[in-house]
Design a protein around this ligand. Structure first.
Ligand SMILES: Nc1ncnc2c1ncn2[C@@H]1O[C@H](COP(=O)(O)OP(=O)(O)OP(=O)(O)O)[C@@H](O)[C@H]1O
Ligand SMILES: [Mg+2]
Length: 346
């Protein structure tokens, strides 16, 4: 029999885990959502939303389909009225202003370029409304196409562009309006993985060059982690957790957040609680060393520089990411002991 140390002995260690500070002390609040509720006639919507977004921040609303991400973005952009509460930019309420009077610009979930207009005409539309002189308009359009990496496409029609190029035009068009807050609603959802990654980099670059504030919406946790200064994890019209990517990954506030972000083993406990352990926090230890669980190796998969192994521990299958050298000589069917470097209890 192998003596295993009870997992509850480790809880203390987790509670002392240092929390990453997200805020520099001198940050300026750009956008404030104050006790905002937006209810549709059928009762769906979002309730009692409070959020401060700082100047120059990329904040991402992350959550499954229907949780209310677009609803929040549309209330900020002015495409939906709030039911109650307030939204302020630079300390001034914007809820009674129409979209074009707000210091915001929005890129919608689906491409919304005008198909019968060339790229130039699409980009010039908003500038013409603002009575921008022609030479300045030409200069600005050229500069913005360069910024989003599609120089020289002025005379093409949207149908002659790839999905990624169309999204770049949509982003350029919103940037031309010089918004102080840019609202991006799942702008890359129709693009393939490689282009998405490229576009993420592009958005980060534009944000740091222009210093604008971005509210980004996605249901892709990897995209949220890669792009954001802070993430708002949403569930059914409410906020579950607001924090930096590392705060949310390292210290998920609820089981919901833990299951939504990254991989997690959930292990039911005798007292009715659930222990949550990330696969990279599980280590194989030698016989005789303190361990948390014991089991039998079910699968071993080499995934490049690390190995994923699944270990059957009673009724639970524990997924572990281990270094290649740590699993050398270990085979499917072998008995192993597992130690958890870190865990959470929900
Ligand atoms: N115009 C509307 N009238 C009534 N209900 C609506 C309307 N728009 C959205 N809803 C409902 O409000 C809830 C939130 O919708 P919302 O579009 O904000 O979700 P979402 O998080 O953006 O989802 P997705 O990831 O699918 O875009 C959903 O239950 C949706 O059915
Ligand atoms: Mg949406």
């Amino acid at each position: 029999m192998i003596e295993c140390k009870g997992v509850n002995d480790m809880e203390e260690k987790i509670l002392t885990n240092e929390t990453v500070k997200s805020a520099a002390p001198d940050r300026v609040i750009k956008l404030q959502i104050k006790d905002m509720t937006k209810k549709y006639d059928n009762g769906d919507g979002v309730e009692h939303i409070d959020l401060d977004i700082y100047e120059g921040e990329i904040v991402t609303m992350l959550g499954p389909s229907g949780c209310g991400k677009s609803t929040i973005l549309r209330t900020i952009g002015g495409f939906l009225d709030v039911t109650s509460g307030d939204i302020q930019i630079d300390g001034k309420s914007i809820v009674n202003l129409p979209p074009e009077k707000r210091p915001t610009a929005m890129v919608f979930q689906s491409y919304n370029l005008w198909p019968h207009m060339t790229v130039y005409e699409n980009l010039a539309f908003g500038l013409k409304l603002r009575k921008t002189p022609k030479d300045e308009m030409d200069r600005e359009i050229k500069r913005h196409l360069e910024m989003v990496g599609i120089s020289g496409m002025e005379t093409k029609y949207p149908s002659q562009l790839s999905g990624g190029q169309q999204q770049r035009v949509a982003i350029a068009r919103s940037l031309l309006l010089k918004p102080s807050v840019l609202l991006l609603d799942e702008p890359f959802s129709a693009l393939d993985a490689k282009i998405r990654q490229q576009m993420r980099e592009e958005v980060k670059k534009i944000q740091s060059e222009l210093g604008i504030t971005i509210v980004f919406v996605t249901h892709d946790q990897e995209e949220a982690m890669a792009l954001s200064h802070r993430i708002v994890v949403m569930n059914k019209g409410k906020f579950e957790q607001v924090g930096t990517p590392s705060e949310i990954y390292d210290n998920p506030a609820s089981r919901y957040v833990a299951s939504f972000i990254g991989e997690m083993n959930f292990i039911p406990q005798a007292d009715g609680s659930t222990m949550a352990v990330r696969p990279e926090e599980v280590f194989l230890v030698k016989d005789g060393e303190a361990c948390d669980m014991s089991g039998t190796i079910r699968t071993i998969m080499l995934l490049g520089h690390y190995v994923e192994t699944n270990v059957q521990c009673g009724e639970n299958v524990i997924k572990c990411y281990v270094q290649r050298e740590d699993i050398e000589g270990v085979n499917v069917g072998d008995k192993v002991n597992l130690k958890f470097a870190k865990h959470h209890v929900f």
